[in-house]
Design a protein around this ligand. Structure first.
Ligand code: XIL
Length: 335
């Protein structure tokens, strides 16, 4: 009953969701990823703790299994993520200096993962959540990243400051990704609480410029991932006009914009709220469908009982029985 959202003006449109091999209802997953979702992201299986559990030993088992699931169901696959302060392996931070993290540990890790997953990955979140929440307009990219408070999880000096005296750890990740990714794989900076015209979005836009200037990677290989973990009842979302403005700024440079982790928390699971949720989902999908540079749209968790926001938040397109909610019909109708 639900159409597949697989084309946009005649070209491939990558509309999908997260998947993990240990999800209980595998038959539902196979069915929904072969009839509705068209694109797969591993929810946790490609993160650093999963892919390099011992230093220097690459283990892509779960990440590859998710990619195989995508292929088996006729879906494409995107990579999330090569660098994040969270879900890092237990050996990190060890007794490493910032120079070792930037010069050796990050390049080795990014190479092993991106090379190991092959060239068909549509896009990689090369760095995830590197900008702070307390940023203000006019900050330099370095200030935006220094504003983030989580760096002690990846560097050894305890204060975390050593890693961010400059942005070389980000350039190292991007340079390595560019070297080993497929020729048309997009390399993304992925971030939450971004989309409309706010200071964090401004940081992300200037960070992409800065990465291009310092790595020489062409703009048409770069992307910004807008996570879009939203809340309906508190106004925690942007209008499609606000999104369109940001997306077109990136389009002018040749940078892609992607909705990478969409979900919408409700404060209660009423019919009125479900309708409101559907309307917001429709706006985000419209903003992406009507932008020339938005070709990937990922829903974070395929159904409410699998949602990282908790089943009570009713934050996804399908209910706890796997049945489509108003938002699923809304999305299907926007084709
Ligand atoms: C979440 C997963 O959904 C959870 O299963 C896990 O326990 C924690 O991470 N931003 C991201 C994602 O970039 O990787 C996070 O995923 C959700 C927030």
């Amino acid at each position: 009953i639900l159409a597949q959202v697989s084309t946009k003006k005649g070209q491939t449109f990558h509309f999908g969701s997260t998947y993990d091999t240990f999800e209980a209802d595998q038959s539902w997953s196979s069915s929904i990823f072969s009839t509705f979702y068209r694109h797969v992201v591993s929810e946790n299986g490609c993160k650093w703790d999963a892919t390099e559990p011992s230093q220097g030993v690459s283990d892509l088992t779960e990440c590859l299994a998710c990619q195989s699931f995508a292929t088996a169901n006729g879906n494409t696959f995107r990579g999330h993520n090569t660098f994040w302060h969270s879900q890092t392996p237990s050996w990190l931070p060890g007794s490493f200096t910032a120079a070792q993290v930037t010069g050796t540990i990050i390049p080795q890790h990014v190479q092993a993962e991106i090379q190991g997953m092959g060239t068909s990955v549509t896009s990689w979140d090369v760095v995830n959540e590197v900008v702070g929440d307390g940023v203000s307009n006019g900050m330099t990219p370095l200030q935006c990243v220094q504003n983030k408070g989580d760096w002690p999880t990846v560097t050894a000096d305890g204060s975390g400051k050593a890693l961010v005296t400059d942005l070389s750890f980000i350039y190292a990740a991007f340079n390595t990704a560019f070297k080993f990714a497929g020729n048309s794989t997009r390399l993304a900076v992925n971030e939450y609480n971004t989309g409309g015209q706010n200071a964090k979005t401004a940081c992300i836009l200037s960070l992409v410029q800065n990465i291009q200037q310092n790595t020489g990677i062409p703009f048409n290989r770069l992307a910004v991932g807008f996570q879009s973990h939203l809340s309906a009842n508190t106004g925690g979302f942007d209008t499609k006009q606000a999104l369109a403005t940001t997306f077109s700024t990136l389009a002018a440079e040749g940078v892609e914009a992607m909705i990478t982790e969409m979900d919408i928390e409700l404060n209660s699971n009423t019919q009125a709220n479900l309708r409101y949720q559907a309307a917001i989902w429709g706006d985000y999908l419209d903003a992406c469908l009507y932008a020339s540079n938005c070709n990937e749209f990922i829903n974070w968790d395929p159904r409410d009982d699998l949602s990282w926001r908790g089943a009570a938040a009713a934050a996804t397109l399908f209910d706890t029985n796997g049945n489509p909610k108003p938002a699923a019909y809304e999305v299907a109708a926007r084709l």
